[in-house]
Design a protein around this ligand. Sequence first.
Ligand code: B3K
Ligand code: ZN
Length: 875
Amino acid sequence: MSTSDIQPTAKYRHDYKTPDFMITDIDLDFDLAAETTTVIARSHVIKKNPQANDLVLDGEELKLVSVNVDEQPWADYQITKTGLTIKNVPSEFTLTIVNQIKPIDNTALEGLYVSGDALCTQCEAEGFRHITYYLDRPDVLARFSTRITANKQHYPFLLSNGNRIAQGELADGRHWVQWQDPFPKPAYLFALVAGDFDILKDQFITRSNRKIDLEIYVDKGNLDRSQWAMTSLKNAMRWDESRFDLEYDLDIFMIVAVDFFNMGAMENKGLNIFNSKYVLAKPETATDDDYIGIESVIGHEYFHNWTGNRVTCRDWFQLSLKEGLTVFRDQEFTSDQGLRAVKRIADVKLLRTVQFAEDASPMSHPIRPEQVIEMNNFYTVTVYEKGAEVIRMMHTLLGEENFQAGMKLYFKRHDGSAATCDDFVAAMQDASGIDLTQFKLWYSQSGTPVLTVTDSYNPQNQQYTLTVEQHTPATQDQSEKQALHIPLDIELYQQNGDVIALQYQNKPIHHVLNVTQSKQEFVFDHVSEKPIVSLLRDFSAPVKLNYNYQDQDLIFLMQHASNAFSRYDAAQMLLAKYVRLNVSHYQQNRPMAIPDSLLDAFRGILLSDSAEPALIAQILTLPSENELANLFDIVDPIAIYQVRQFLLGIFANELYDELTAVYHHNQTSLYQIEHADIGKRMLKNCCISLLAYANDKLVVDSLVKQQYQQANNMTDCLAALTAAVKAQLDCRHELLTDFDNRWHQDGLVMDKWLALNATSPEQNVLSTVKKLLNHRSFSLNNPNRIRSLIGAFVNNNPVAFHAEDGSGYHFLVEILTELNQKNPQVASRLIDPLIRLKRYDANRQKKMTTALESLLKLDNLSKDLYEKITKALAA
Ligand code: B3K
Ligand code: ZN
């Protein structure tokens, strides 16, 4: 469809209608081949709306072969652009549809497609309609049975949801397997995989003593990289039993790793399909971050079995019902595995960097969107990460016990059905007795609230008063904003570091304040000296905080705050202040500087023996350029880069001896995935990443080279390579070449190398990126490679992407022109940095507008890109 003929139209949350028909059971029969697959779908259909005459099914790019109603040919139907309308149907009947599809031509990787030598599916959100005509909406739940027939030599394994109930051989070299899933489910949870794999098998005994078969399917030869995924799966299963009282429900749980996948993974019932990036790991190929990422995604998809599959979404506007909640659950899983502070810091960084930017962009939307053109555009950090923060705030307001009671009630009410966000909040409210009426605004209001806090201390009556004002700036989707219910976690300290008990009129006050009005005062009695206040502890709400901290208060909090996140956050606030100052100095050609007290504070943290190495590393890691960009309404990428370089240089030279000592002190000889060791490696590698900027290039060059050459694991190897590239050490060329020669056959490892090349500060980085499009390891058909090279360039190299001559924008236009039809979902993710034009100066805005306008003229512009481009141009 060219946008000039038909404009894609939006769907609105308020237009939800219950379906006219239900499908209770569907028997699928696949005659599989990559070139042509024949699908027979036999459904039991029941009319729910007596007024409805026609059954309107969704279906796209399908070749219809036949339609039967109650086993008789049915001629009264019409094929439309978006589906099949079967006219004048009885009130209850068996519908048999035969159609054909072409997996080999499916480059969008939605529906049934080819990944390497295998065939696999991706159906969420609306991929099932690319397989057969169906009621492809999440509130139609049916029992699925699936028979797969295929050539046995090409496809020795034929997998689908549920339990394998029969199989057999056919005379012509083909075989078949019959699967049955006893749990009714929406079509988006359907999955099918056919291929040849190595399998890692294990078992899990549930707490009620049921034996579950666990199977991880990986490409042949990758068995040695699958153990961590299995360990993570078993940990996740155990954790969901102990923390959430939830047990697995089928007899088998399968994970298949595929190389071609649009996102991280998919929670299909009993048959999770994963991007191989989130399954495969061994110390030589995967970093600590990869290991942590695998654990978290394996957990996330497994946790969906209850939050998503057993209770699913009524409609796609409710996506955060399952995603926000499941992200919250996976965050808690990682935290309970022993990484709470580091995990919290990482999650808040992501939220502040990417979600705050999204909320300030033309794509701003509430965690429960009101209108959608292309659903795939709404698998966003807002729905996922801000959605998780909303669940976390409820957890903070209710406490663990009430929250778990709310979960129980939620499952009691909605197990086996499709629910809404309102249903979830109602369960939390009913189970706890806590009024969440105002809190629910978080679901419908977009934007990042700003909390402005002022305080006063009265020594006469020993009273301390906090005045809290909240204001949510207008967003592109919503101009009017209301006051939200914001949990504000605080702590007061005396100068000696002692905590001051919170009380008012002789009654204790809880440390989580309920901010509910646009302006509100909180008074504390018996405060014997002017306190130092720690605000927004543990990031108790997804807001921006304004409070006029003095440097010495922040330095105090860096050392004394009892909450680890608050110590990190104090350091961030201190840095933010001097980044702002120096950006303006840089812009006015004035010299940049920071006070010695700031350096001393960071030195103190570096040498602290009370803080965990992982936390020290988080505090000492300077914020990225994108994090810093969020300090400004109008972003000056060059000034930010220069200030950051300046800070890196000062830290490296002024803390040189301390960094060197800590670097040597935190070596680990044996590589083990254990939290203490991960923390040490984080700190050691944080030190080397700073040291690389020291003036004594000869010494640091050889230190970095030595680490690269002696590393027995990818974490240390990549950290050294990254240090060399980022600080532009002489050894960088030699090391980059060595890495390429060593790993070019391994796509997942080369993703790290591609991303590093794309984010290099090198002057000619764009021409390097263009050359790498032809690199032996690169392919524009593989989403992982695209994200690593092009995604890294446009998102994480702001200086080059926003080059004043517009070359970065022009490059992205060329890429999107090619990807628009090939893979609309991947294209749509890549365009994000280009639609944020309002955040840049007039010259850049103009060039970004021109780029967007040229994309709008593309033939067959996908709905995905159309939605974002039109919003951006309307801004
Ligand atoms: N539910 C899937 C995401 C599907 C994305 C569709 N474009 C993975 C997850 O969130 O667990
Ligand atoms: Zn999810």
